[in-house]
Write a protein that binds this ligand. Structure first.
Ligand code: SF4
Ligand code: SF4
Ligand code: SF4
Length: 325
């Protein structure tokens, strides 16, 4: 079984456990480093971003104490597997991968944004994170615009594609509507619905379309230096063939161009390990856990993936390669 197949199984099982575990009274806590969305009634655990905003806007000590406790649990979970939460567990990541699979089944190509545009858009995740952190503080101490502040509870959630897409695909359409309570809620819910439409359409055209802008992914990346799991590269063995860059759903070019540092766990890396799986050079890319190699690239793995057949005496090689998508 390939790593891609194992990842698909893990993503699928996680999706169903996180989405429906609540029906079997499974409770995984209020500190999950993934989009196990609060607005999915049957969820088995709750996305930490909702809890963060909810407790920040209370404005009293007991709430902040609870937040500290949940942040500690959240941090422990992230330290163990880092952004593998994104590559292997997140329900919205799974949804995007399913749309990507549909695109591939339809034999459609994918689009890539130019590096310049990607650099310009990299501020979007920071804006979402500041919305999630600063507006709840205004809600808890509304020195001005009190009524507007009160309608901005869980401000990032009101914009989050997860809030609309995840309940919707599970058959719950209650939150997939404009909230007519006030002008503020109308604006926020309309924006959220527009973002969700853009994410659905975008994920059909571009791999992991939403993930480079996701504040949860950014939050998880803060732990990359201390996380037990790392992506490493032997720059001496790398032949710059470019396959790792082509197969990377997050289109991380630094993985290809890095010529000095061994640690190539870059901010956007979701630790999906596709680059390791597809790299044709022995032990050039590796995933390590607590310093021990748990998976490494190999020419054998590469050639078996390419379905190379050889025949004597002409030594004929027929290469039937999958497109690197
Ligand atoms: S709306 Fe988004 S941020 Fe809020 S709980 Fe759902 S997935 Fe998390
Ligand atoms: S970046 Fe966000 S949406 Fe993407 S997999 Fe990670 S938590 Fe999920
Ligand atoms: S760098 Fe490798 S492990 Fe990270 S997202 Fe890209 S393909 Fe996945």
């Amino acid at each position: 079984m390939t790593v891609s197949q194992i990842r698909w199984i893990t993503l699928t099982v996680s999706f169903f456990v996180l989405s429906f575990g609540g029906l079997a009274a499974l409770s995984l806590g209020n500190f999950l480093p993934t989009f196990s969305c609060f607005y999915v009634e049957s969820r088995s655990g709750t996305c930490f971003l909702w809890v963060l905003q909810h407790l920040l806007d209370h404005g009293y000590w007991e709430a902040y104490k609870s937040l500290g406790k949940y942040l500690l649990y959240f941090s422990l979970l992230v330290i163990v597997i880092g952004r593998a939460w994104c590559g292997w567990i997140c329900p919205l990541g799974f949804f995007q991968d399913v749309l990507d699979l549909i695109r591939r089944k339809l034999h459609l190509g994918y689009i890539s944004f130019p590096e310049e545009l990607r650099a310009q858009l990299s501020c979007v995740k920071w804006i979402f994170l500041f919305i999630a952190l600063l507006i709840p503080l205004w809600v808890s101490f509304p020195f001005f615009g009190k009524s507007i502040a009160m309608d901005l509870r869980q401000p990032f959630c009101q914009l989050c594609p997860g809030k609309y897409i995840l309940p919707f695909i599970l058959g719950d359409t209650v939150d997939v509507a404009v909230n007519f309570k006030s002008t503020t809620t109308i604006i926020m819910s309309v924006l959220g619905l527009i973002f969700s439409g853009v994410v659905i359409f975008g994920a059909l055209l571009k791999r992991r379309f939403w993930c480079p802008y996701c504040p949860m992914g950014l939050f998880l990346s803060f732990y990359k230096k201390i996380s037990f799991i790392k992506l490493k590269k032997d720059c001496q063995k790398c032949t710059m063939c470019g396959i790792c860059y082509n197969v990377c759903p997050m289109e991380i070019k630094d993985l290809l161009t890095e010529r000095k540092n061994e640690d190539v766990t870059f901010t956007d890396c979701t630790l999906c390990l596709r680059c390791v799986e597809y790299c044709p050079e022995d032990e050039t890319l590796r995933a390590t856990f607590f310093g021990r190699t748990i998976y490494k690239s190999s020419s054998k793995g590469f050639f078996s993936r390419q379905h190379i057949t050889s025949g004597f005496p002409e030594e004929k090689h027929q290469v039937v390669s999958e497109p690197y998508q």
